[in-house]
Design a protein around this ligand. Structure first.
Ligand SMILES: *Cc1c(COP(=O)(O)O)cnc(C)c1O
Length: 379
């Protein structure tokens, strides 16, 4: 079976992890700092704070943005559940705006229509690794005094305009789950240029406890003294993971270019199939190609599960990204209804993610293309 995605970990990654295991620090040592610096430098942001997962990083970003019970946050339904779940975790209300069918990304016009007096934050999601319409969303955020957060779990290594993803939003989240651009096993990060957010992210990551003498509420205390200022968690990444992350960051551009080559081959060799819609490339942004989301033509969407099964039968791993978040029973039980975001529902009903990852061989790509061409004839 060709998997739909797989991590790339090689000898020098393994060597770096072994070095840490033999060192005095296995958590929160020098490798965590080095990893954070390499992410910040790569993205062109001032600060990077690493976390135990992308989900933990989102939780921290929502805390740092100052979200409280009852605050509304506008986000995409075409995402992994964690984007919305962590909003619920801080007591905020996810408000789903519809997507553009061509990209799977938030449509800025639908976002603006959902703004109310209670709206505090917009969370854009870079679906499949293609940056969301950052300039339009930033303009809306500025006009209505909202914080703009980018869920770039798919998009480390992508760029928008002349800058990398991570250099644009108030806070940008990355995930280092094995199927994302780089991996640390589990892990995540927030990048930001804002010092106040940076300090809140650090506090939240470590139990809400500070040792910073300038920040202590009770002054004149001994050297060992520390204070807890807010409710926080243990969301720290280990030095073992960070060593893997530092080593993987060195290969990030190679990973992204390999994914790009595969995507361009698929685009070239699948574009004329009458029953499928192929993701496009854009001149103002580049994708990190986390996914290659194939879609059935709208009039053929009832054949999606047939195609899915045929691909699996031919030994090709496939996935559906995603069920619109509000269609999960948890959200339905909270009053979200079918029909809320028609484009996201149509996209979800017609989508199949086909294999794309740096180690996917030419031979396997050829097989995948051949099988899809054969399925196209049967529809
Ligand atoms: C993977 C992912 C997350 C969560 O990241 P984890 O590191 O798995 O916790 C959040 N949002 C999106 C869009 C993702 O794909």
């Amino acid at each position: 079976m060709i998997p739909y995605s797989r991590q790339w970990v090689d000898k020098d990654d393994i060597q770096e992890v072994i070095k840490v295991l033999k060192s005095p620090f296995i958590t929160q040592g020098p490798k965590v700092k080095e990893f954070e610096e390499s992410i910040a430098q790569y993205c062109g942001s001032t600060y990077a704070v690493s976390f135990s997962s992308g989900t933990a990083a989102l939780h921290a970003a929502y805390y740092a943005a100052g979200l409280h019970a009852g605050d509304e946050v506008i986000t995409s339904p075409l995402t992994f559940a964690a984007t919305a779940n962590m909003l619920v975790a801080v007591g905020a209300v996810p408000v789903f705006a519809d997507i553009e069918i061509a990209t799977g990304n938030l449509d800025p016009r639908t976002v603006e229509k959902k703004i109310t007096k209670r709206t505090k934050v917009i969370v854009g999601v870079d679906y499949a690794g293609l940056p969301v319409d950052i300039s339009a969303l930033k303009k809306i955020a500025k006009k209505h005094k909202l914080v703009f957060i980018e869920d770039a779990a798919h998009a480390l290594g992508a760029s928008y305009g002349k800058k990398k993803v991570g250099a644009h939003a108030d806070m940008t989240m990355f995930s280092f789950h094995p199927l994302k651009s780089i991996t640390t096993g589990e892990g995540g990060a927030i990048v930001t240029n804002n010092k106040e957010y940076y300090e809140k992210l650090l506090l939240f990551r470590s139990h809400g406890i500070t040792k910073d003498t300038k920040k202590l509420i009770n002054k004149k205390n001994p050297a060992w003294y520390h204070e807890m200022h807010d409710l926080g968690y243990n969301y720290r990444i280990t030095d073992i993971q960070a060593a893997l992350g530092v080593s993987q960051m060195k290969k990030l551009d190679f990973f992204v270019s390999r994914r790009g080559e595969i995507a361009h081959r698929y685009q070239k060799e699948l574009e004329n199939l009458q029953n499928f819609v192929i993701p496009k490339t854009f001149s103002d942004r580049t994708s990190s190609w986390h996914l290659f989301p194939l879609r059935l033509a709208p009039e053929k969407k009832h054949l999606r599960d047939f195609c899915f099964n045929e691909l699996q039968k031919a030994g090709i791993g496939v996935q559906v990204h995603y069920i619109p978040v509000y269609r999960h029973p948890y959200y339905e039980a909270r009053g979200y209804k079918k029909g809320l975001c028609p484009n996201a529902e149509l996209f979800s009903e017609s989508e199949i993610s086909i294999p794309i990852f740096p180690a996917l061989s030419q031979k396997d790509q050829t097989k995948i293309i051949k099988v899809i061409r054969e399925i196209n004839k049967q529809l």
